[in-house]
Design a protein around this ligand. Structure first.
Ligand code: SF4
Length: 423
């Protein structure tokens, strides 16, 4: 099955006949792959809601963000409600019942910048358009500069039960160098206020390998995070992305290039320190206490379906991947005209899906169940990649045991180098 259609740029808006073509495309795709799809939809889906607004662009960030204005946010939230209604109805047409959802994730941008009542409206729209399970995990990403006790109570009352706090560092000088809009004290207060409001599932984000960061600085950040005893930690190594302020500063020699060896030492320190405190290192950058993994992010790593609402949001339904129009204003216009705002869509062959499932599954500590992979994709990974796997195992980057293929700790550190072997 070839591509249905794609746009060449951000501002693509479907006209009426393209709209009909798109719906036809979805339906014919549905008939074509109905057998595989029936198996696929048994996996519960997740919803990702993108809130693109930020108070200021952070120095390392290349996410799809835009400046915050009240009017724009109002229009955007209304567009999100419309898009949710569109997809809810669209999937009822396909499945003859509402799509079953067990995670909702507000990501950004800065979801905590908008009013709690606006997020509550989105949750209500999801509950009416989809079959949202009673114990659904509903996460909001929080920038500590935007929290207030009132907002936190509003999130809790709206059903949000998981908070992901973008701390990034507990050293104010590092936060300044990243152009973050908060202090370490703000982050601590956010966590305290979340606990007081009864949040029992909190995740903290930290970034390691910052310019000028020493091993001692990183140890301090890690210890401070562990002292707060969050249920979940996302600990990333800094990546310098083209187009960011940091990229430009490094290029002009105003900031030092990150030191790979030092970053590797930081990564090993993470694994040791979190393990010692009872955290499960369950994914390359993610650590969970008491098995409280991110249920939403697990969907990305286990080939489960997810639907993204909002500008630049990605979706995957087992047959295709698509991404919404990036620009906030163009997204709003497209929703007003069509109900949906797809910018680009790619149909997936079984081979595409297998290769993606391999990459994504290897990110998890438990790796790939080779027998299940053979059943689902008719591919014997051990046979197809025999030479590559032998070399990787010899280098200590992968291990194969009990019919499972997984990365070692060193393999997780060098995951990109491992993954190129399976392209
Ligand atoms: S708050 Fe998050 S999304 Fe916004 S600019 Fe900073 S890193 Fe990017």
């Amino acid at each position: 099955m070839g591509e249905c259609w794609s746009s060449s740029g951000d501002d693509f808006i479907l006209n009426r006949s393209s709209h009909r073509e798109f719906l036809h495309c979805l339906l014919s795709g549905f008939r074509y792959s109905i057998l595989r799809y029936n198996h696929f939809v048994s996996k519960q889906a997740g919803l990702y809601i993108h809130i693109p607004f930020c108070a200021r662009k952070c120095a390392y960030c290349n996410f799809n963000t835009t400046d915050f204005f009240d009017d724009l946010a109002d229009n955007y939230i209304r567009a999100l409600e419309t898009e949710i209604v569109f997809w809810g109805a669209r999937l009822v047409e396909e499945l003859s019942k509402k799509l079953s959802i067990d995670t909702i994730y507000f990501g950004g941008g800065t979801p905590s910048i908008v009013e709690a009542g606006q997020l509550a409206r989105i949750i209500a729209a999801c509950q009416s358009a989809f079959d949202v399970s009673r114990d659904a995990e509903i996460t909001v990403e929080i920038n500590p500069s935007t929290f207030s006790r009132q907002k936190i109570e509003g999130w809790r009352d709206a059903g949000i039960n998981r908070a992901s706090v973008g701390v990034q560092s507990f050293l104010d000088r590092e936060l300044v160098s990243l152009s973050r809009t908060h202090t370490a004290a703000d982050a601590r207060q956010t966590v305290d206020a979340l606990r007081e409001a009864g949040f029992a599932n909190i995740s903290l984000d930290l970034i390691a390998g910052l310019p000028h960061q020493t091993l001692k600085d990183w140890e301090f950040n890690l210890c401070e995070a562990l002292r707060l005893r969050p249920e979940h930690l996302s600990l990333y190594l800094l990546e310098i992305k083209e187009g960011t302020q940091l990229y430009a500063e490094i290029k002009r020699n105003r900031q030092p290039r990150p030191d790979d060896d030092l970053a590797a030492e930081m990564y090993r320190m993470i694994s040791k320190a979190t393990g010692g405190e009872g955290y499960e290192h369950y994914e390359i950058s993610n650590f969970a206490l008491d098995h409280l993994r991110s249920r939403h992010n697990m969907k990305y790593w286990t080939d489960a379906p997810f639907y993204g609402m909002g500008c630049g949001a990605h979706s995957y339904d087992g047959r295709a991947r698509w991404v919404n129009i990036l620009r906030t204003e163009s997204y709003i216009d497209s929703i007003a005209g069509n109900g949906f705002a797809i910018g680009e869509r790619r149909e997936l062959s079984l081979e595409d899906r297998a290769s993606e499932a391999l990459f994504m599954g290897l990110r998890l500590r438990e790796g790939i169940d080779l027998a299940a992979f053979r059943r689902e994709f008719s591919i014997d990974v051990a046979d197809r990649y025999r030479d590559e796997l032998e070399n990787l195992a010899e280098a200590g980057l992968v291990e194969m045991r009990d019919d499972r293929l997984r990365l070692t700790l060193e393999g997780m550190l060098l995951s990109n180098e491992v993954f190129v072997n399976f392209v």
